[in-house]
Design a protein around this ligand. Sequence first.
Ligand SMILES: Cc1cc2nc3c(=O)[nH]c(=O)nc-3n(C[C@H](O)[C@H](O)[C@H](O)COP(=O)(O)OP(=O)(O)OC[C@H]3O[C@@H](n4cnc5c(N)ncnc54)[C@H](O)[C@@H]3O)c2cc1C
Length: 447
Amino acid sequence: MEKSTTIRGPCRGGTPCKCDVLVIGGGPAGSTISTLLAQKGWQVVVLEKAHHPRFHIGESLLPMNLPLFEQLGIREEVHRMGVVKYGAEFNAPGEEAPVTFYFSKALDKRHPYAYEVRRAEFDHLLLRNSAANGAHVLEGVKVTRVVFRRGETSLVTAEDEGGEQQQWEARFVVDASGRDTFLADQLGIKSRNPKHNSAAIFGHFHGAVRRPGKDEGNISIYWFRHGWFWMIPLRDNIMSVGAVCWPEYLRTRRCDPDQFLWDTINLCPEVAQRMRNAKLVSSVTATGNFSYQASSMSGDGYLLIGDAYAFIDPVFSSGVHLAMSGAKHGAGVVDACLRNPATASKELRKFERTTRRALKTLSWFIYRFTSPAMRKMFMAPSNIFRVEEAVISMLAGDVFQGSPLHQRLRIFKVIYYGIALSRWYQNLNAYFLRKRNVKFSITDVVR
Ligand SMILES: Cc1cc2nc3c(=O)[nH]c(=O)nc-3n(C[C@H](O)[C@H](O)[C@H](O)COP(=O)(O)OP(=O)(O)OC[C@H]3O[C@@H](n4cnc5c(N)ncnc54)[C@H](O)[C@@H]3O)c2cc1C
């Protein structure tokens, strides 16, 4: 199959510019897929509405990201910008000591650490890398419409910051627009997750107490009455602190977001203790309704990857890994579609299957994360039948592998249901709380 000829820019008015693949959005998903497709020799255009570096939440990465960094050739640079994270620490009210799950104890012991990064720097690196690999990257350009023409190229309309329109003709369109869910909205295929709903409020602080020695870079998770907290140590003594709460709690906010975040921190004495000398050094953001999924992740000439397809909850820091892994698998699918459309549907089905399976694995844990039974299992882990190793593998992002992980997670589930039954009253209450919150709607983002 012939590739498109060199792209002429900036594609205003007149005849549209042609490319093989047009990627909407230059976050981790969009940058990764555009790099990999450009490496395969395709003419790739990335349209990003913002200008990097720009703030983005989602700073804790997973060990299973590392092979991808290697493949993209950015491992050294991520190491320079990040704080090394050897594990994930869990804290429950009333428990004396935290429990830390070290990635070195996962089923697959080859990736014993990950990184905490400022997303502004990390995403900028990924996007620059995609341009360095030959993708045509345009920032400050927002895609406004895609017209799909069965069996033909698609027409993409975009607008730059001056309000000027651009027209592109692409053989394949990848939607990596994140939580903007551009195509899912246009196609009307996005729906709220019927089983889970949460909201978050977060900011950056200077001077919060860090863990000593090798544990300095570990993420800390704290359960509290209205949900859970994260504490993510970044470079320069900065701590990213956020509370993921039931929407019904966030709706009680009557003060400004800064004060509300401090008030929320004070509801969790263990977090408040670590924050006693900390100073807020960023604006505080509150965001709601972040559990959704599109009913399909692909169609004739397009693919949805990363948050553009689905987002569940950030508790296991899986978003960037899912976005980049989706991009990696997606690159294979797009390549197959462009080279030999006849074999592409098999690739597509495989891609959908593995993505849905990974999301299902994580979802089971996420839906139950605030239940007393799950808290008990995390706070008193046991490696019977290697289930603790399997849980650590899940925490490391190793959710795309097959049977050894899933067999052991099934045993974990049996134990979980046993504990939940033995304390059925508390667990039933937690279930009803989750159900009630699915109905709540907080659509705004408050800064
Ligand atoms: C509160 C919270 C905490 C989180 N914590 C973590 C964490 O600790 N670890 C983790 O791994 N993940 C975390 N996540 C999830 C993580 O942020 C996302 O999963 C990840 O950023 C997804 O990457 P993406 O490339 O799919 O989307 P994004 O990173 O959102 O990138 C999408 C890009 O598309 C651009 N765009 C959007 N619409 C258009 C358009 N029409 N035209 C052109 N460009 C467009 C945007 O400007 C953006 O740059 C968290 C999420 C939330 C909400």
